[in-house]
Design a protein around this ligand. Structure first.
Ligand code: HEC
Ligand code: HEC
Length: 238
């Protein structure tokens, strides 16, 4: 986990540095005006790959190439996350209307390119996952029990400590939920229906159990740590 947090901070630094890479006095090469770039590969590598990985996986942030993630999230949500970022995390807002640099058309190119490359038919087979967004209030006490049963079997060594305040300060409840439901094959996080250590099907988590676990984790989060740990984060304000 700490590996991921450190890597995110480094990605962010690179991203800012990339904006002013020409030495003063030297003319920049003459590429397309930035707002006219409509090529997915260019838009993705310039704006996303530092955090989400060149191939959509293996970056410090969410595995976008995970077919289960692609099946879980709808177009409107993808567009909204890219437009407005995720408050309190390092996911920046990209829409010009939200202070970013991308036009609506460019965001559309990103959404359809992500779908084209990484969405696969039938990602869940016959199973129905809990919905992307939380629908009911969770119960922290039940969540703590459920965490012991379903998560602590793997998350007990310090390198996999996700109950730490400083880790939780950098991740939103939605991202936790996304991780729990869709898993993250690039780092070995199982999805909601494979919560046993050997990866064999266990009892799939219900939507309520996911709500409860996320609620439990969010009660461990210390908002003060956000400012300390994420001084460079693009958006603060949880
Ligand atoms: C079969 C083992 C296993 C189980 C069960 C498991 N995880 Fe994980 N999880 C992992 C591994 C391995 C990683 C990647 C470790 C790393 O990044 O250091 C991970 C990573 C994560 C991450 C992302 C950390 C990051 O890098 O940002 C979150 C969040 C997470 N797990 C939450 C949970 C929750 C909540 C549960 C219970 C519902 C759970 N996990 C159950 C193995 C497991
Ligand atoms: C500086 C690092 C950074 C950059 C650059 C970045 N992201 Fe993210 N992104 C994140 C982090 C961190 C999260 C998880 C945020 C959270 O905790 O909710 C995230 C989350 C997301 C999610 C939502 C995952 C979910 O839970 O539903 C999507 C979709 C996404 N990013 C797409 C993109 C796209 C497309 C780009 C490029 C236009 C991009 N990101 C650029 C760091 C970044």
């Amino acid at each position: 986990m700490r590996r991921h947090t450190a890597a995110l901070a480094a990605s962010l630094a690179m991203l800012f540095a990339a904006g002013c890479s020409h030495a003063p006095g030297y003319p920049a090469p003459a590429p397309l005006p930035p707002r006219q770039v409509m090529d997915f590969a260019t838009l993705y590598s310039e704006n996303c790959s530092a955090c989400h990985g060149a191939t959509g996986a293996q970056g410090p942030a969410t595995d976008l190439a995970n077919p289960e993630y692609e099946a879980l999230v709808d177009d409107a949500t993808l567009r909204n996350v890219i437009d407005n970022g995720m408050q309190g995390t390092m996911m920046p807002a990209f829409a010009i209307s939200a202070g970013g640099t991308l036009t609506d058309k460019q965001v559309e190119v990103l959404v359809s390119g992500i779908r084209e490359r990484w969405q696969k038919p039938n990602a869940f087979g016959a199973a129905t996952p809990p919905p992307y967004a939380q629908t009911m209030p969770g119960d922290a006490q039940r969540g703590q029990q459920e965490y012991k049963t379903s998560c602590a079997i793997c998350h007990r060594s310090s390198s996999q400590e996700i109950t730490g305040k400083s880790y939780l300060a950098l991740i939103s409840d939605q991202a936790l939920r996304t991780f729990i439901i869709a898993g993250s094959p690039d780092i070995g996080q199982p999805d909601w229906q494979h919560d046993s250590r050997d990866g064999k099907p266990a009892t799939p988590l219900t939507s309520q159990e996911v709500d409860d676990i996320v609620t439990y984790l969010s009660t461990l989060r210390n908002p003060a740590a956000v400012t300390q740990q994420a001084g460079n984060a693009v958006k603060l304000g949880r």
